[in-house]
Design a protein around this ligand. Structure first.
Ligand SMILES: NC(=O)c1ccc[n+]([C@@H]2O[C@H](COP(=O)([O-])OP(=O)(O)OC[C@H]3O[C@@H](n4cnc5c(N)ncnc54)[C@H](OP(=O)(O)O)[C@@H]3O)[C@@H](O)[C@H]2O)c1
Length: 268
């Protein structure tokens, strides 16, 4: 890795990505630069990861080839206005900021810049994230591949059209909350039938991991997996029948639609 990688905003997301990079690439810490609003937080991150701390966002831009924008959506505008004169046409900007489009970001610059918009989910913190990425037309294939390589250190990465970014936000950004509710409900069901709570969470969560791996790694269709587990007149089909009667799948789809509606509303 000969590129210098900067992070503007040294919060949770920046720390997660830096952690993933350091775990995967020995010596990459020397190539990492950070800048943050409060110095104390920046210093703490510098000490934790042994990375370079810049005095300002401008100093960071002057030093880096790739710049991750890791600030909150309400201040991204201020940050882009601050750095816009210093970003050149060779540098790659990678935004993790939810809801801010390539056009929004591009509009801050007088000349077109290379920008990649990403949407990581919370599971990046354990290296099992799902990150959607979409580049603007200035980004070369090699640069996109480099961004994918970097982001792969925190989970799976997929390139999608920007028009699908909001759907990606619902299906991977919001759904960890639904999945956690499902795990909690499974565990409650176990507790109801006498299993200690900590064991019930372990059984429910591990079952989720196993099921997901069967779908992703063995490429088993979810419907087929369900058919495999439900033997005729057996136990599991009793549970499936209750879930279907109560509209389990329909409710999940409706929840996704509700997230989609809210995302559109927030954009307006
Ligand atoms: N967390 C997630 O699961 C997640 C998932 C997907 C996308 N995202 C996106 O990731 C971005 C960052 O989220 P986060 O959870 O990492 O937030 P965060 O922990 O609050 O981090 C934001 C950082 O930006 C710093 N900052 C504020 N103003 C700044 C400025 N003018 N210049 C430089 N740094 C500045 C803050 O510093 P101080 O604390 O010192 O003010 C803070 O360290 C957001 O846009 C969010 O939409 C987050």
């Amino acid at each position: 890795m000969d590129k210098r990688i900067g992070f503007i905003g040294a919060g949770n997301m920046a720390q997660t990505i830096i952690n993933g990079l350091i775990r995967n690439y020995t010596g990459i810490n020397e190539k990492i630069y950070i800048s943050n609003r409060t110095r104390a937080k920046g210093e703490s991150l510098r000490n934790k990861f042994n990375v370079n701390l810049c005095e300002s966002n401008i100093e960071l831009v002057k030093n880096c080839d790739i710049i991750f924008l890791c600030v909150k959506p309400d201040i991204y505008s201020f940050v882009l206005d601050e750095i816009k004169e210093y970003v050149n046409e060779h540098q790659l900007l990678i935004s993790v900021i939810v809801g801010i489009t390539l056009e929004d970001m591009g509009s801050h610059f007088l000349q077109p810049k290379k920008i990649i918009r990403t949407m990581p989910n919370v599971a990046v913190t354990v290296g099992e994230g799902m990150t959607a990425v979409t580049p603007n037309d200035r980004v070369e294939e090699e640069e996109l591949n480099l961004a994918i390589t970097l982001l792969s250190s925190i989970g799976k990465v997929d390139v999608i059209k920007e028009s699908l970014m909001d759907v990606a936000t619902s299906i991977s950004g919001c759904s960890p909350a639904f999945v956690a509710m499902f795990v909690e409900a499974l565990a409650d069901g176990g507790v109801l039938q006498g299993m200690p709570r900590d064991k019930a969470y372990q059984y429910a969560a591990q079952t989720l991991i196993g099921t997901a791996k069967m779908i992703l790694e063995n490429e088993i269709h979810p419907g087929k997996l369900k058919d495999t587990v439900t033997s005729p007149g057996g136990v599991t089909i009793e549970g499936v029948s209750v879930l279907e009667k109560r509209g389990f799948r329909g409710i999940v789809i409706e929840a996704m639609e509700a997230c989609g509606r809210k995302i559109k509303l927030l954009k307006k």
